[in-house]
Design a binder for this molecule. Sequence first.
Ligand code: DQA
Length: 141
Amino acid sequence: MKILIINGPNLNLLGKREPEIYGNTSFQDFYLELQVEFPQIELQYYQSNVEGQLIDKLHEVGFEWDGIVLNAGAYTHTSLALADAIAGITTPVIEVHISNVFAREKIRHHSFIAPHCIGSISGLGLQSYKLALRYWLDCVH
Ligand code: DQA
């Protein structure tokens, strides 16, 4: 099973960025943990701060891979183009957020991408990514 994790803008700073909201762990360290914990999944990771590059990546894998875990960062709340890209591919996407976006500023309550994802996980820290992977292992064969 091939699953791609995509992180959007500013998520390259995980571990350093607003640790009171996003924690102290870098995604690189967390990704090592994921690889050990999910040996059955052929995992890949992609991060970009650029909207168009995220869209290109969705197009590239979105007709062949089994699943995508997407933390679109702030583009979640702004990008109709990203929403259209998810609507246009066939690979199912799970939306994840580290923080509880519904407990934050109002502008973060709306997600352009949520209607095109099979589900959304928000507020459970980095565990949000693990739960998305668990879904594919347990529920999709
Ligand atoms: C985030 C939440 C977004 O509102 C924010 O812009 C991010 C990170 C999260 O993982 O909690 O960059 O997606």
